[in-house]
Design a binder for this molecule. Structure first.
Ligand SMILES: N[C@@H](CCC(=O)N[C@@H](CS)C(=O)NCC(=O)O)C(=O)O
Length: 236
């Protein structure tokens, strides 16, 4: 395989990075095979060659691409004959906006709801690094930040209302079939699913059936990765 994706590995080999999930889904969408190389949050030696400190990093032959959005654009440009991620130039632009909406609005509302759960499910050796960085960023102890989640979750659920509204008339954010826009939002739910058993969506949320459809894609690619609560011997 000439494609290699470097992504985070948590405790019990959990592949939990939300940005990497966008790339994983995008690779399957394009029908491309890749090898997955685990990276630990506190030890970035494996990705030093990329010149950066964040995952995902994609190595594609001689090309090294860092940042999930740049990777999506790279895949679209490099493999124009494989199924399209964006549906053309207009779609690329609109998907870029949706990707930024997820990063700037949805992720900051979702992260405080599960941040202590994430801490408990990453590699034990990476926990101190995660805690110090995240506590600086969130402005307090992770457990305290997460303790406010019963009210915080309502704001998060409200923020995804644009996606919910679209579900009334279409099966996916990209329309009748899934594309990168769906992977961008789904990555947040997949991240939360792997690392926490806290329900981001209410049981009757119309987005729940979209999330199920996303879990079914590509022979259950995302579902194959166990949800936090499904695992044995770990706190759910
Ligand atoms: N904009 C970047 C964000 C990537 C990112 O923030 N990755 C996190 C993991 S989810 C990371 O590698 N953090 C390194 C660290 O915190 O030391 C992308 O889309 O790839």
């Amino acid at each position: 395989v000439s494609l290699v994706l470097y992504e985070l590995r948590g405790a019990g080999d959990r592949r939990y990075s939300l940005f990497s999930w966008r790339t994983r889904m995008a690779l399957r969408h394009k029908g491309l095979d890749a090898r997955f190389e685990p990276v630990l949050l506190h030890d970035k030696a494996a990705i030093a060659f990329s010149g950066g400190k964040t995952v995902p990093v994609l190595r594609d032959g001689d090309a090294v691409v860092r940042d999930s959005w740049a990777i999506a654009e790279h895949l679209e440009r490099r493999y124009p004959d494989c199924p399209t991620l964006f549906g053309g130039e207009i779609g690329r632009g609109v998907t870029h906006v949706l990707n930024a909406w997820v990063d700037r609005t949805v992720v900051p509302l979702a992260a405080p709801l599960i941040v202590a759960d994430i801490h408990d499910r990453i590699d034990p050796a990476a926990r101190a690094h995660f805690r110090s960085g995240m506590e600086r960023f969130m402005g307090g102890p992770l457990e305290k930040v997460q303790a406010g989640r019963d009210t915080g979750v309502e704001r998060c659920r409200k923020a995804v209302d644009p996606a919910r509204a679209a579900m009334r008339t279409q099966a996916f954010l990209a329309g009748p079939a899934p594309a990168y826009a769906d992977y961008a939002l789904f990555s947040v739910f997949q991240w939360a699913r792997i690392m926490s058993s806290f329900p981001l969506l209410a049981p009757d949320d119309p987005l729940g059936s979209w999330r199920e459809r996303m879990l079914d894609l590509y022979d259950g690619l995302a579902r194959e990765h166990a949800a936090a609560g499904e695992r044995e011997g770990v706190p759910a």
